[in-house]
Design a protein around this ligand. Structure first.
Ligand code: DLL
Length: 453
C-alpha cells in the first residue's frame, strides 16, 4: 500500500489508526502538503479571476509557482466578507452546473456564505469524515444516530456521508422532535451519537423527564461539535449519557465537519494535515505566533477543487501543538477552540469567551447546565447578566443565595463582575442545533463611513 493512500478501512498500519497517512512522518507530510499547495494555488489562479488578481498583486506568478511551503505566508488571507462580496458563485473554479452540491451558512447579517463541492470534493469529504468518525471511536457496523441538522448546514449531510463511507448504519434523524429521538435511541440501539453538545444535553434532559436512563442504552461514543463547549460540559454530557464525548471541529468555508477531531486521548483535535494547512496568527498583526501560543486559526485547503480556500481567517482562537500523541497519529493537534474572536466580550478590560463562563456554571451544585449571557452597555462600559437555571424549583431566598454563589465563582475564576439572574427549571430556551449563548442588547455600531451626528 502506498504511504499516502487513504482507502477507507484498510488493515491499520498502526493499531487504532484508519490508514497509513495518519501516521506519516512529519517531513513526508510537509512534502505532500507542498505538492498539494502548489496545485491548489495554481487551480485558484487559473480558474478564479478574483484569486488571480490578488495572487498577482502578492507577487505570485502561475509559471514560477511557490518556492517552498514557507511561501504560504506571502499569500493573501481570505475572510468571510470575500465570500459575501463574490456572492453567490464568484469564487468557484468552474460553472455551477459542474458542481454536485451547494451548502450555505446563514450568518447574522446580509447574504449567506455559499460553498460549493464537486463530485471529487464530496468524495474527499466523505473519506475525511469517515476517518474523523473512526478516530472518535465509531466502527463499521455501528448504528450512528445523526442529530446534526440536515439541510444547508454542513453538519447533517457531512456526518451522514462520512458514516456511510465508514460502513456504519446512519439514522438521519436531524435536530428536533426530541422525544422521538429518545424512543429511536432505545429501539435502534445506536452506539454513536452525533449532535451539537448543547443539543446532546437537551436530549439528556428530555430522556430524564421521560424516565429513560441513556446510560443504559447502547450509546458509547459521542461526536460533538459545531459550537464552543467547555470541559465542564464534556463531563456533564459523559455523566448523563454514558458516552465518551469527542470534540469535532470544522467549518463550511473550508469543508464542513471533518477538519479536526480528538482521538480517544481527548487531548487536542488532530487536524488532517494531508488535506489542510493550519497556521495560527496574531489577529492584530496577522503574523504567525510561535507554536503553543494562542491566536487566530488560519486554514488553507489542499485538496478542494471547486472552492480552493487560501489562508482562510476562521476567527476561531486556539493553539496548536505538533508534540507526538500516544495514539500514533502524527497530525498536529488544535487545542479546544474556546470561542470566536467575534464572540469575545470585553468586560472592564477583561477578555471573556462565553465558554469560560460555561465552565464555571456547568456542574455547580444547584445549577442546571443551561445559560444565556445578556450583554448591555451601561454608560461607556459593557455589562453582563448571567441567566442561569436552578436545578430544582427554588424560592426567592434560595435563588438569591444561588445567584450570589455563582457571581462569586465567576468573579474568582474568570475575573469579571456579573449580575446573576436565577431562573426556574425549564425557563431558558433549549438548543436544537447551535445554542444561542449571548443576547447582545448593545446599540449596533453604525456601518463604517457613516456619521451619527
Ligand atoms: O459548524 C461545521 C461542523 C458541523 C463542525 C458539525 C462540527 C460538527 P459552520 O456552521 O460553518 O460549520 O460553523 C463553523 O463553528 O468557525 C467555529 O466557530 C464553530 N465550531 C465548529 N466546531 C467547533 C468546535 C460547522 N468543535 C464555526 N469547537 C467555526 C468550537 C466550533 N467551535
Amino acid at each position: 500500500m502506498s504511504l499516502v493512500a487513504d482507502p477507507v478501512m484498510p488493515a491499520p498500519a498502526v493499531a487504532g489508526l484508519q490508514s497509513d497517512v495518519e501516521a506519516l512522518p512529519r517531513e513526508a507530510l510537509a512534502a505532500l502538503q507542498f505538492e498539494r499547495l502548489q496545485a491548489t494555488v495554481r487551480n485558484a489562479y487559473d480558474h478564479v479571476p478574483w484569486q488571480q488578481a490578488r495572487l498577482k498583486a502578492a507577487g505570485y506568478s502561475g509559471e514560477s509557482g511557490l518556492a517552498s511551503l514557507d511561501d504560504l505566508r506571502h499569500l493573501p488571507f481570505t475572510v468571510k466578507t470575500d465570500l459575501r462580496d463574490n456572492y453567490p458563485f464568484g469564487l468557484f473554479t468552474c460553472p455551477v452546473g459542474e458542481l454536485a452540491r451547494l451548502h450555505a451558512s446563514s450568518g447574522t447579517t446580509g447574504k449567506p456564505t455559499v460553498v460549493g463541492y464537486s463530485r471529487a470534493d464530496l468524495d474527499t469529504w466523505a473519506q475525511l469524515m469517515a476517518r474523523t468518525l473512526y478516530c472518535a471511536g465509531a466502527r463499521p457496523g455501528d448504528v450512528v444516530h445523526n442529530a446534526y441538522g440536515y439541510g444547508l448546514f454542513t453538519g447533517g449531510l457531512g456526518t451522514h456521508y462520512g458514516a456511510e463511507r465508514l460502513g456504519a448504519v446512519v439514522v438521519p434523524i436531524s435536530g428536533g422532535s426530541t422525544e422521538r429521538q429518545i424512543s429511536l435511541i432505545q429501539d435502534f440501539k445506536p452506539r454513536v451519537l452525533c449532535a451539537t453538545p448543547s443539543y446532546a444535553l437537551a436530549i439528556a434532559e428530555v430522556a430524564e423527564q421521560m424516565g429513560v436512563d441513556l446510560r443504559k442504552t447502547a450509546l458509547r461514543v459521542g461526536v460533538f461539535g459545531a459550537e464552543p463547549w467547555s470541559e465542564s460540559m464534556r463531563r456533564e454530557i459523559e455523566a448523563r449519557i454514558g458516552v465518551k464525548a469527542i470534540d469535532n471541529y470544522g467549518l463550511s468555508e473550508v469543508m464542513g465537519p471533518g477538519v479536526a477531531v480528538e482521538c480517544v486521548n481527548q487531548d487536542g483535535l488532530h487536524g488532517w494535515e494531508d488535506h489542510f494547512l493550519f497556521e495560527v496568527v496574531d489577529p492584530e498583526t496577522l503574523q504567525p505566533v510561535p507554536e503553543g501560543q494562542a491566536g487566530e486559526l488560519v486554514i488553507t485547503t489542499l485538496t478542494k477543487q471547486a472552492l480552493p480556500m487560501l489562508r482562510y481567517r476562521t476567527r476561531d482562537i486556539t493553539r496548536i501543538t505538533t508534540a507526538p500523541c500516544s495514539c500514533g497519529r502524527t497530525h498536529l493537534r488544535i487545542l479546544r477552540v474556546a470561542g470566536r474572536s467575534d464572540d469575545m466580550l470585553i468586560i472592564r478590560g477583561v477578555n471573556v469567551y462565553p465558554s469560560q463562563i460555561e465552565a464555571v456554571l456547568v456542574g455547580r451544585p444547584g445549577v442546571a447546565p443551561h445559560y444565556q449571557l445578556v450583554v448591555e452597555r451601561r454608560g461607556k462600559l459593557d455589562h453582563v447578566t448571567v441567566e442561569v437555571e436552578s436545578a430544582n424549583a427554588c424560592t426567592p431566598d434560595t435563588a438569591d443565595n444561588l445567584a450570589r454563589d455563582v457571581a462569586h465563582h465567576i468573579k474568582s475564576l474568570v475575573g469579571i463582575t456579573t449580575d446573576v439572574r436565577v431562573r426556574q427549571p425549564g425557563e431558558l430556551p433549549r438548543s436544537q442545533g447551535k445554542a444561542v449563548r449571548v443576547r447582545d442588547l448593545r446599540p449596533k455600531e453604525p456601518p463604517a463611513g457613516t456619521t451619527t451626528a
